[in-house]
Design a protein around this ligand. Structure first.
Ligand SMILES: Nc1ncnc2c1ncn2[C@@H]1O[C@H](COP(=O)(O)OP(=O)(O)OP(=O)(O)O)[C@@H](O)[C@H]1O
Ligand SMILES: [Mg+2]
Length: 252
């Protein structure tokens, strides 16, 4: 197992219990959709697994590393990359190229290698030619792509994508689906865009009030109206039973 989570709970300093005894195993190369209503704990889960929030030792294993151990947390960015829900949390340099280069430079890679990774990552997200633009002067969708490029340039083994399709126009969203499906790394994708999840993930985990309430086939779980309704979700359009032409005639 590449990601191993056993009994992960998290309480914010204010007392809000955001995660309640999460157990999850993700194998190498798996794509897992993480869905659930606002406040379910999706982002908190990413922040715990990615070493941003502090958790107890021996609860999470990320590609053999324990994010709770200081010495191992240093190595985490090589193994796991988070694309944050809000790109403004991720972008801080004065040019797009500097932003994407930040991670690879921190890894101590030689400059030609850094330049190659930056160019490749910007091409992958459809932003070649944006090198000298100012991240803060980009549109929401463009910022999202820069943030993703910065993580891709690190070539992590596990990608955590938090609402990756938000702010993207339909073409950008379609291109992102193609890009996500072309990357063979392990991915966990948190999203309210269930059609996006269906196109990228065979497995889905449903989170509600900090607990895993279902874990299984995306098609099976997302097409279950009672399950969706109980957890503030809706069966995506592509999985709703089609109204037969005969029936449609009757209601016209
Ligand atoms: N910094 C924080 N301090 C205190 N409580 C927080 C903080 N961030 C999140 N929470 C609380 O933790 C719970 C889980 O929030 P989280 O952001 O993980 O949910 P989410 O599933 O990502 O929601 P969304 O779909 O809105 O992105 C919520 O009840 C939220 O109010
Ligand atoms: Mg969130």
């Amino acid at each position: 197992m590449q990601l191993h989570v056993s009994g992960l709970s998290y309480v914010y300093p204010g007392g809000e219990k955001a995660l309640d005894n999460i157990n999850l195993q993700v194998a190498v190369g798996e794509n897992v959709g993480l869905v659930g209503p606002n406040g379910a704990g999706k982002t908190t889960f990413f922040l715990c697994v990615g070493g941003v929030l502090s958790i107890p030792q021996a609860v999470v294993q990320v590609a053999g590393l324990d994010p709770a151990r200081r010495d191992q947390r240093r190595l985490l960015p090589i193994k796991i990359g988070i694309v944050f829900q809000d790109s403004d949390d991720q972008l801080f340099s004065t040019t797009v190229a500097d932003d994407v280069a930040f991670g690879p430079l921190n890894l101590g890679l030689p400059l030609p290698e850094v330049r190659r990774r930056v160019a490749d990552a910007l091409t992958q997200v459809g932003l070649s030619g944006f090198d000298s633009r100012v991240p803060f002067h980009l549109s929401g969708g463009e910022k999202r792509r820069v943030a993703l490029a910065g993580i891709l340039a690190m070539q992590p083994e596990i990608l955590l994508l938090d609402e990756p399709s938000s702010h993207l126009d339909p073409r950008g969203r379609r291109e992102l689906i193609g890009l996500v499906n072309s990357l063979s790394v392990t991915k966990i994708i948190a999203s309210h865009d269930l059609e996006f999840i269906l196109e990228t993930c065979r497995r889905v985990v449903i989170l509600d009030a900090g607990r895993v309430v279902a874990d299984g086939s995306a098609r099976v779980l997302l097409s279950n109206p009672a399950l969706m309704n109980d957890h503030g979700l809706e069966v995506p359009h592509s999985l709703t039973p089609h109204v037969s032409p005969h029936h449609r005639k009757g209601i016209e």
